[in-house]
Design a protein around this ligand. Structure first.
Ligand code: UDP
Ligand code: MG
Length: 317
């Protein structure tokens, strides 16, 4: 669980996890199966992603009376995607469940995830049957983004699927081997493949505090998603350039013929200014798109680690 400014939620989170994992026989109603939760050993790995509130203190006090609580404390805020990677690196289980620390992901779905895992699935992912409280615009834009991304890549990008999922050890290790610093984890789950199984869950509302992903954050995530997974925008700008040059060529021929046969009194300021503006626009867009990719190459070639751990449990690193 990545945690950024979650001090108000952690106690309830650990409470819910404890009451679930200690509940023994659990009947999974929607698939009519029963599993025994006592058959499993549990650890909770919280990654404190440079919180500005007292998340770390709350975690430490929780750890004092609950040895299952593990704390990976990052040296600053590295962002959710990198915090997730840190969590995967420090989790030791045969399977790892990734979930938000704000109780938006219902712990009661965990038994079903485990059931599918025992049936041989490596990646059991939750699809939101209901997106929780969210503005109409945010929902629309996010669906638009998914369909745009999907149309530009061969890898299947799943819609309405967040970070609530169970991964088998081998899928976790596969994702851990992808050390890119600019991560789009949702795409990485799809990239590594393996047997996938879907389950539905109802996304709740955040218990305390507010979401760290405002409009700008989501836009950045969207750009990250596209640039991490496809070079289609580069191709698009090349195609745009070709189309524009083709139209320009036709126009040049028309102008030439007109001038040769009918002469050309100086005029044509509107056409001139329109063409200049149009083509400089296209050039700037193409440059911007290329720049996005070059920036990413620049960042990746530095080969910086995706995160730095300040301490793990009581040990300073
Ligand atoms: N989070 C994080 N680092 C950040 C921002 C968020 O670790 O820089 C964590 C946060 O604590 C939560 C999860 O990522 O567990 C999802 O964040 P949030 O609830 O703010 O986003 P939303 O659910 O609105 O998408
Ligand atoms: Mg949330």
């Amino acid at each position: 669980m990545p945690a950024y400014n979650e001090s108000g939620n952690l106690k309830a989170m650990v409470g819910e996890l404890d009451s679930l994992t200690n509940s023994g026989l659990f009947v999974i109603e929607n698939i009519g199966q029963t599993i025994n939760l006592n058959d499993y050993e549990w650890e909770y790995v919280f990654v404190n992603d440079g919180s500005k509130d007292n998340t770390l203190q709350v975690l430490r006090s929780l750890r004092q009376d609950n040895a299952r609580v593990n704390i990976v404390n990052l040296s600053r805020n590295f962002g959710k995607e990198n915090a997730l990677l840190a969590g995967m690196d420090y989790a030791s289980g045969d399977a790892v469940i990734i979930m938000d620390a704000d109780l938006q992901h219902p712990v009661t779905a965990i038994p079903e995830m485990i059931y599918w895992w025992t049936q041989g699935y490596d990646d059991v992912y939750g699809r939101r049957s209901d997106r929780g409280r969210e503005s109409w615009l945010r929902k629309r834009l996010s669906l638009m983004f998914y369909s745009m991304l999907q149309s530009s890549t061969r890898i299947e990008i799943l819609q309405n699927v967040g970070d609530f999922r169970l991964l088998d050890r081998r899928a976790i290790d596969a994702i851990r081997s992808l050390r890119e610093t600019q991560r789009y984890t949702k795409g990485l789950y799809c990239w590594v493949g393996y047997n996938k199984k879907e389950f539905l869950f109802k996304q709740g509302d955040r218990l305390e505090g507010k979401s760290s992903f405002n409009f700008r954050g989501l836009l950045n995530l969207a750009i990250e998603g596209i640039t991490c997974f496809t070079t289609a925008p580069l191709r698009l700008s090349a195609i745009m350039g070709f189309i524009a040059s083709f139209i320009a060529l036709i126009y040049i021929i028309i102008v030439l013929i007109k001038t040769i046969f009918w002469g050309e009194p100086v005029q044509g300021y509107p056409t001139l200014i329109c063409t200049i503006l149009f083509f400089s626009g296209i050039q700037l867009i193409a440059l911007g798109i290329t720049g996005e990719y070059i920036g990413r190459i620049f960042n990746e070639t530095k080969r910086r680690p995706p995160y730095i751990v300040e301490s793990f449990n009581e040990t300073k690193l």
